[in-house]
Design a protein around this ligand. Structure first.
Ligand code: COA
Length: 560
């Protein structure tokens, strides 16, 4: 079928559905919700069999939903309506939530139901729930609805008017923290209900700031509302009955009005705080012959300092008498490459980009040059740009079923990219596919990535289930009688490759191109980064996504 996505943004859920529907042979084209006329034009041009709105903030124009079936994914159970569905579920501490696929009509979220799913609500930030539970439920429900539509015999059930509850946009007042009265659980719920967007507005150190990235602190106590400690870039604040860590802040009035590490926003106030542990950062654990390195960096962004700290932890892990090192990333993301927000906030973004890419390359190089262990990048969360190629620098890439990769840099102002991709990608997937992957700028599911060689194995399970699957698989690898030979073979191959062309040369060549991206005449990277970090709304859908807007059929075929 021809399926047109109408989206506010091509977000993680849209990317996942795009991958799933394409894998089932559907032709999927995407249009951003710019205005009604543009939407109508997209429908005219593409003539879709079905319109799907996985992530849309406005109503679909009437002429469109009258002309064909339009399915809307609502991140709430049947009967729930309104724009802040998931926010409310987190804020109210619901135990169960759901996703409904309904048909667009004159009543926003009020149309007949095609499919729905429910799931237990984990204690986590809204964005994390969206990336996992909501996405998995939405994929199941959408696939069911699409199948029913294809069969042609399904009549969707109208929603009972009385059962529908329209709930308005959740305002800041509803999540405002009262530090003198709110216990830790309440503070966590309020911040998590607004994390990633819009954050909870709060007064901190005499400034109006938005709070994100909250975690409970088990030991520290103090006067409610007081700042107690600093752990790296996170700060700890006392609640009525305990304390919470706050990792990220946004100062809407500041020179850099986007999310940054808390200590960075608070400056001297944070520097004056005593250091303590407690905020979840890099963590090493050992299970038998398997060493695990966790690095749950917020949003998968890896700053220069984080890369350096991770490299140090990695070197320590390599000194342990284990056989396999698992690089686990975080639950939500494995890595999204350089920390674009910190780069944007730097005095010289070009210099900071240079430092950041070099720190990432040091890490990738350490992985490629490891002779003592077999290394595994275990992707529970998605990876993008440099993060994908950092993963590919490990000996094995094992990914959770459902992970989506964005294995290209071009969307960030035509960045050339580094992390030794010019070495590792052709090595794993061949020259031809390497070129295609870098050019096509589309998200990729793990099945396709495995067929191409970008991923080695796809494992089942979520969170602990995935970790257990990785541990079992890693134990098998470590216990293999042929392990010494596997290691010896890897080292022989590295030596051969090094003799043919040293890693230093790959790095030099990539960085020469990156230097041009950062310091050259063409400002595309700086412009694209500014737009990304400041979340400037897109004014048109890129041709890579909007099949129906591609100028030539030949290009259409090539890119498809
Ligand atoms: N640096 C800083 N923040 C980043 C980031 C990065 N490299 N990558 C993602 N983020 C942030 C986003 O700004 C967003 O922030 P929010 O919490 O305020 O919403 C959050 O992470 C989630 O990203 P989003 O773009 O909404 O997720 P997605 O699933 O729709 O898309 C990517 C995933 C990877 C395609 C997209 O985030 C991306 O292109 N990131 C940049 C990758 C890159 O170019 N890195 C530099 C080159 S190595």
């Amino acid at each position: 079928m021809r399926i047109l996505f109408l989206v506010h943004a091509f977000n993680s859920l849209s990317q996942r559905l795009f991958v799933e529907l394409q894998a089932r042979g559907h032709e999927v084209s995407v249009e951003f919700d710019i205005n009604d006329a543009v939407t109508r034009e997209a429908v005219e041009l593409f003539q879709p069999d079905l319109v799907l709105a996985p992530f849309l903030k406005r109503a679909i124009p009437e002429p469109v939903w009258r002309s064909r079936v339009c399915l809307v994914v609502h991140p709430g159970p049947q009967g729930d309506r309104g724009p802040s569905s998931l926010d409310r579920a987190v804020l109210e501490g619901r135990e169960q939530w759901g996703v409904t696929v309904l048909q667009a009509n004159a009543v926003m979220d009020g149309g007949p139901v095609w499919a729905s799913r429910t799931f237990p609500l984990r204690e986590a930030a809204k964005a994390s729930l969206y990336r996992h539970e909501v996405t998995e439920a939405a994929v199941e429900a959408v696939l069911e609805a699409v199948e029913k539509f294809e069969r042609g015999d399904f009549r969707p059930r109208p929603q009972d008017d009385l059962a529908i509850r329209e709930r308005p946009l959740l305002r800041q007042e509803a999540r405002a923290i009262d530090w003198l009265r709110d216990d830790t659980e309440t503070v966590l719920r309020k911040i998590r209900s607004a994390d990633g967007v819009p954050g909870v507005r709060d007064e901190l150190a005499g400034r109006l700031l938005y709070l994100y990235d909250a975690h409970p602190e088990p030991v520290l106590r103090g006067r409610p509302g007081e700042l107690l400690a600093r752990c790296g870039e996170a700060v700890c604040r006392a609640t009525l009955d305990g304390a919470v860590w706050i990792g990220h802040l946004r100062d809407p009035e500041g020179a850099h009005p986007f999310k940054l590490p808390a200590a960075r926003v608070l400056g001297e106030v944070a520097q004056a705080l005593p250091e303590a542990g407690g905020y979840p950062g890099i963590r090493y654990e050992e299970r038998g012959e398997v060493g695990w390195l966790h690095f749950p960096f917020y949003n998968g962004a890896m700053s220069t300092e984080q890369c350096r700290a991770l490299l140090e932890a990695y070197r320590d892990a390599c000194r342990r008498p284990t056989r396999v090192i698992v690089l686990a990333g975080g639950g939500d993301f494995w890595s999204n490459g350089m920390h674009l927000n910190l780069i944007e906030a730097a005095e010289s973004p070009a210099d900071e980009s240079w430092r950041n890419i070099n720190a990432l390359d040091d890490l990738a190089q350490a992985l490629l040059e490891t002779r003592s262990h077999l290394t595994v990048a275990a992707l529970h969360g998605n990876a993008g740009a440099g993060g994908v190629f950092l993963a590919r620098a490990a000996d094995r890439v094992w990914a959770r079923r459902g992970v989506v990769l964005s294995p290209h840099y071009k969307d960030m102002g035509n960045l050339y990219g580094s992390e030794f991709w010019t070495y590792s990608l052709p090595l794993r997937v061949g020259e031809e596919d390497a070129r295609r992957i870098m050019e096509r700028r589309l998200p990729m599911g793990v099945e396709e990535a495995r067929e191409l060689g970008l991923v080695d194995e796809v494992l089942e399970g979520r969170f602990d289930g995935f970790r257990e699957a990785v541990q079992r698989r890693a134990e098998v690898l470590a216990a293999d009688p042929g392990f010494p030979e596997l290691l010896a073979e890897k080292n022989r191959r590295r030596d051969r490759d090094e003799a043919e062309k040293p890693l230093a040369r790959y790095r030099e060549e990539e960085l020469e191109r990156m230097r041009l991206n950062f310091y050259g005449f063409d400002p595309s990277y700086h412009v694209a980064r500014y737009h990304f970090v400041h979340k400037v709304p897109k004014s048109r859908t890129p041709f890579t996504l909007a099949l129906h807007r591609r100028p030539h059929p030949v290009e259409r075929r090539r890119a498809g």
